[in-house]
Design a binder for this molecule. Structure first.
Ligand code: AMP
Length: 213
């Protein structure tokens, strides 16, 4: 089972993909988390990515594609995987299709949320520095400083500041459109209403995925 999550920043992809990966026992692969990990380790890739990430722009395709294809070529991905944040461009989607000659992507789960709701959510989002899990500030206990999942430090991502958020949405919107059309053409796209409760979105996703197994 190879699944791809599609949606603008703040649509809830990360949260839902993580839950689904635990439910299905498949590795969860987030390109954004991988870049942030490289950044925290000061690797060459991390330093290269930083310049783009800080501005809310995409890291070049060549670098991103190599990083993800390396990851999905690892042993734990043989029975499948869940991708979050990749592909983000048509070139990335085509590279993924070309690499998956033993079995293509099965489903592309497109979580749709309106722009105003996205800006509101991201301004109130904090993330765990260790495991990457995102949280809504108003759903956590007051003054919470540790991740309820792993105890890691909670912080606001530099690219969740409102002006960078708007830039990210501007950059992502046409790309998401192109990708949705690409996967709709392959009859793999499923649209999910992301403005429902977290539980309802999760239930809709599971129904969609179970229909395929
Ligand atoms: P995310 O956590 O998915 O919002 O990603 C954070 C940042 O990492 C993005 O704003 C990009 O700079 C970079 N990034 C993540 N995934 C990709 C991708 N598939 N292609 C290019 N850049 C990416």
């Amino acid at each position: 089972m190879r699944l791809v999550f599609l949606g603008l920043a703040g649509a809830g992809k990360g949260t839902q993909a993580l839950v689904l990966s635990e439910t299905l026992g498949l590795p969860f692969i987030s390109s954004g988390d991988m870049f942030r990990y490289h950044l925290s380790q000061n690797t060459e890739l991390g330093l290269l990515a930083k310049g783009y990430m800080d501005k809310g722009e995409l890291v070049p395709d060549e670098v991103t594609i190599r990083m993800i294809l390396d990851r999905i070529g690892q042993e734990d991905c043989r029975k499948g995987f869940i991708l979050d944040g990749f592909p983000r461009t048509l070139a990335q989607a085509q590279a993924l299709d070309a690499a998956l000659d033993s079995g293509p992507v099965n489903r592309v789960l497109y979580i749709k949320v309106g722009e105003e709701e996205l800006v509101r959510r991201l301004a109130g989002r904090i993330s765990c520095r260790k495991c990457g899990t995102p949280y809504q500030l108003d759903l956590l206990p007051p003054n919470a400083s540790e991740c309820p999942r792993c105890g890691g430090e909670l912080y606001q991502r530099a690219d969740d500041q409102p002006d960078v958020v708007r830039r990210r949405i501007q950059v992502q919107w046409p790309e998401i459109h192109g990708l949705a059309n690409y996967y709709a053409g392959q009859k793999k796209l499923v649209e999910i209403n992301g403005e429902q409760s977290v539980e309802q979105v999760g239930a809709d996703l599971l129904k969609t995925v179970n229909g395929r197994i």
